[in-house]
Design a protein around this ligand. Structure first.
Ligand code: CTP
Ligand code: CA
Length: 229
């Protein structure tokens, strides 16, 4: 194993990758969003295609050009991402949730633009929980042997939080990276530790997002069951 140029270890596999960040609308012109650029998810899609996989990329608000040879499904909200992910996962060998999914959405959507009124304080925004797509995909696998990979961006106690999250989510691998004001968001490079349920921890040094993507596919590739004829 290990990524070699021209290696086709994912040939015959269908992989689903989510990328970007969901946006939860408040009114026709405003949303709650996050700072995920989508670059790491696109790197995963590109490298999987280069290794021979059929790739479905669920792109949440990325504005990045479609990678060549990849099926791109555009989604906006967490609820839309869940629907697209469940559909694409039905015949997938691997699902990687690299998208930043909003944990909460506004309870109500104003069909007209919210206006301020003289002398009035703004109304509070009530939030409700969004579905946890990764936990749901991990719990209900439509195919035996399907692998599910999550991501976690943490600011403190990165590894301890990562291990707890891996157990809580029920996925097979969790890619943990440390974030902060200067780190990861929008950057071309990333560093991470890949945690697995079998206890292995694979540190990936600071480098291009494509290199991290290839290391993730290495970890996935040797855990996949032999292809069925
Ligand atoms: N995720 C998801 N659905 C959600 C929230 C998160 O599928 N509603 C996925 C993300 O795509 C990512 C993983 O779960 O792969 C971890 O996301 P993270 O925000 O780190 O986890 P949370 O459980 O939301 O924990 P936290 O309270 O730290 O935000
Ligand atoms: Ca979260």
């Amino acid at each position: 194993r290990g990524a070699r140029a021209g290696e086709s270890d994912l040939a015959g596999r269908h992989v689903v990758v989510s990328a970007g960040g969901t946006r939860e609308p408040l009114d026709p012109v405003r949303y709650l969003g996050n700072r995920s650029s989508g670059k790491q998810g696109y790197a995963l899609a590109r490298t999987a295609a280069a290794r021979g996989a059929r790739v479905t990329l669920l792109a949440a608000n990325t504005g990045l050009p479609d990678p060549a040879g990849v099926d791109v499904v555009r989604v906006g909200t967490a609820v839309q991402l869940r629907e697209a992910a469940l559909k694409a996962a039905a015949d997938a060998d691997v699902v990687v949730m690299a998208a930043a999914v909003a944990d909460f959405r506004p309870l109500t959507y104003a069909t007209g633009k919210i206006k301020k009124k003289d002398g009035e304080e703004p109304a509070p925004i009530t939030l409700v929980r969004n579905p946890d797509v990764l936990a749901e995909l991990s719990a209900d696998r439509p195919r035996p042997g399907q692998l599910v990979v999550g991501f976690a961006a943490e600011t403190d106690d990165v590894l301890a939080n990562g291990r707890a999250k891996l157990a809580r989510k029920g996925c097979d691998l969790l890619v943990v990276n440390e974030v902060g004001e200067r780190r990861t968001f929008g950057a071309e490079e990333n560093e991470a530790v890949i945690l697995a349920t079998d206890g292995t921890e694979t540190p990936v040094p600071h480098g291009p997002k494509d290199a991290l993507a290839d290391r993730i596919w290495d970890e996935v590739s040797h855990r996949l069951a032999p292809p069925t004829a």
